[in-house]
Design a protein. Structure first.
Length: 71
């Protein structure tokens, strides 16, 4: 397998894991967003920001706490 193929495979795995996290913990994300954005017009922007921060921080999850706590 070429280096670029391994990178793509790793990215696909990372995407799949992240998607599974989002599916499993969607309720927590919604609760956090709504606690900070009581007005409906702010919810979409804040949700996008939360998801972006989770994506950028996913490599820092060391598994020492429950995933729901880390999120």
């Amino acid at each position: 397998m070429a280096a670029s193929d391994r990178e793509m495979s790793s990215v696909s795995r990372s995407d799949s894991v992240f998607d599974a996290w989002l599916e499993a913990y969607r309720g927590i994300a919604i609760k956090v967003v709504r606690s900070f954005a009581p007005e409906s017009f702010d919810i979409s922007d804040l949700q996008q920001e939360l998801l972006q921060q989770l994506w950028f921080s996913r490599a820092s999850y060391a598994g020492q706490a429950k995933l729901s706590t880390w999120i």
